[in-house]
Design a protein around this ligand. Structure first.
Ligand code: AMP
Length: 212
């Protein structure tokens, strides 16, 4: 039986990198709301045009719209044995809606993994983040360098450019950070120090604290 896990932490803390690996090794889906929105943007769907302005400015997509998309996704068959939510919830109302949605099915979040990285480090990390437009794989020029043969095709996310990073960090502190305490109160919070270490070491730290 897999776990229902949420990943918490500032943008650039390493949530996505760790979530992908955890999902692969645990055989459960990785659900990233940011990836879902970006895919819709790329494909020019109606949802894509609805969320474009929010993504480009680094603002949050409205709670209800985001929660509806997640609720849809969580009802798919591959979520029956657990999943890793990455980038959701991102506000107290989202966290509360998720709790209610799960409670209605007799379920709950079993672990909230908070990767803790100081702001000073976040700005440097986001400016060095690059992704592979073909596979979606995410690298960091400094901490998680890409294989040299693909280095030329990598792109920087529009919202990782310095103008948008400050807005995203502000939103993180004001709107997202309070959910760390929310999961603390529910007794499922697992804090993992996310600085001064590469992805392999952070992954070991996560495995150390996750319930068996
Ligand atoms: P991410 O890839 O998780 O950094 O998400 C990229 C962007 O997608 C964010 O800056 C928001 O505009 C939007 N987004 C992703 N997840 C959420 C969420 N849970 N609630 C609202 N907006 C979100």
């Amino acid at each position: 039986m897999g776990l229902r896990i949420v990943m918490l932490g500032a943008p650039g803390a390493g949530k996505g990198t760790q979530a992908v690996r955890m999902a692969q090794e645990m055989g459960i889906p990785h659900i990233s709301t940011g990836d879902i929105f970006r895919k819709n943007l790329r494909e020019g769907t109606p949802l894509g045009s609805q969320v474009q302005g929010y993504l480009n400015s680094g603002a949050l997509v409205p709670d209800q719209l985001t929660c509806d998309i997640v609720a849809d996704r969580l009802q798919q068959a591959d979520c029956a044995n657990g999943y890793i939510l990455d980038g959701f919830p991102r506000s107290l109302p989202q966290a509360e809606m998720l709790t209610r949605f799960l409670a209605g099915r007799g379920e709950k979040i079993e672990a909230a993994v908070n990767i803790d990285v100081p702001d000073e480090e976040i700005v440097g990390r986001l400016s060095a983040r690059r992704s592979d437009p073909d596979t979606g794989a995410v690298y960091n020029l400094k901490f998680n360098p890409p294989p040299p043969e693909i280095a030329d095709k990598l792109i920087q996310r529009e919202d990782d450019k310095p103008e948008t990073v400050q807005a995203r960090l502000k939103t993180y502190h004001e709107t997202t950070e309070p959910i760390i305490a929310y999961y603390g109160e529910q007794g499922v919070l697992l804090n993992v120090p996310g600085s001064n270490a590469g992805p392999d070491e952070i992954y070991r730290r996560i495995l150390d604290v996750l319930p068996a």
